[in-house]
Write a protein that binds this ligand. Structure first.
Ligand code: COA
Length: 264
């Protein structure tokens, strides 16, 4: 169905595997087209409750944008590529269904940016993260200057982007880039275990958590609609009271049974 992605749907979790292992899963234009399409599938297919993004093979999650496609491009083409990449990664960040990165090796440049656009990240103990664009006379263009700063803080983000240095899994955990480090074998198992727990919660509440947290970190006024995150939280909290999910959650608690949420 996708020429550069493998997808499997199991227990309502769509696992999306970027599948160019011979090029360390570098993001060429076709991968970006396929990613946009698979995100439409995540958004629109009611069978999918959450998604995992990972890389094919044992070596790389994604080793960056495909450098071979950058040669000889103009300024205008550079702007177009960055805009398109940012739009696709915003689509991940703004998905109302959880999308988690399972980082199974190198997550460099656009690969680190892809992982950072996900709602949170796990990695295997052989993972390496970095923004080495500076080595090419380039900077991150798919949101990396912003999301890395949000995730690890200004000083560490500056150092990583200015030096192009890579950090290992333990350092990524310590700096807040990932939530868990596992063995390569356990990576998808642990990611699916967390998503299974999350998927049993109210889809409506999950969507509102994602929206409110995003307002806290996305300063673009077009996105926040002039509202502060606190305003957004008040409005979203109120919306929950009008939902069947909240009635079900509260009733189930009082009746000492597990809730059955329907996302309404
Ligand atoms: N774009 C295009 N091709 C890439 C790539 C990228 N970002 N990253 C790796 N590849 C290709 C290599 O060119 C090589 O292809 P070849 O076999 O046809 O020569 C193949 O993937 C394997 O990579 P190789 O460099 O041989 O593996 P390695 O183990 O020696 O090194 C890396 C691994 C990740 C350190 C190295 O590939 C690298 O530095 N990649 C670029 C990272 C980068 O700068 N990313 C930001 C891009 S903006």
């Amino acid at each position: 169905m996708y020429s550069t992605l493998l997808t499997t749907l199991e227990n309502n979790i769509l696992t999306i595997t970027i599948n160019r292992p011979e090029k360390l899963n570098a993001l060429n234009q076709q991968v970006m087209i396929d990613l946009e399409q698979v995100l439409n599938e995540v958004y629109n297919n009611g069978e999918i409750k959450s998604a995992i993004i990972t890389g094919s093979g044992e070596k790389a999650f994604v080793a960056g944008a495909d450098i071979t496609e950058f040669n000889g491009l103009t300024k205008e083409q550079g702007i177009t590529i960055a805009k398109k990449g940012q739009d696709i990664f915003f689509k991940i960040e703004n998905s109302h269904k959880p999308i988690v990165a399972a980082v199974n090796g190198f997550a460099l440049g656009g690969g680190c940016e892809l992982a950072m656009a996900c709602h949170f990240r796990l990695c295997s103990d052989n993972a390496k993260f970095g923004q080495p664009e500076v080595n090419l006379g380039l900077i991150p263009g798919y949101g990396g200057t912003q999301r890395l700063t949000q995730l690890v803080g200004k000083g560490k983000a500056m150092e990583l982007m200015m030096s192009g240095a890579l950090i290992n899994a333990a350092e990524a955990l310590q700096s807040g880039l990932v939530n868990y480090v596992t063995t390569p074998h356990e990576l998808l198992l642990k990611t699916k275990e967390i998503l299974t727990l999350i998927q049993n919660k109210s889809p409506l509440a999950l969507a509102k958590i994602i929206d409110c947290v995003n307002v806290a970190v996305i300063s673009d006024s077009a996105y926040t609609n002039g509202k502060s995150g606190y305003d957004k939280e008040i409005e979203s909290f109120g919306d929950c009271f009008a939902s069947e999910d909240m009635k079900e959650g509260v009733t189930a608690f009082l009746e000492k049974r597990a809730p059955v949420f329907r996302g309404k």
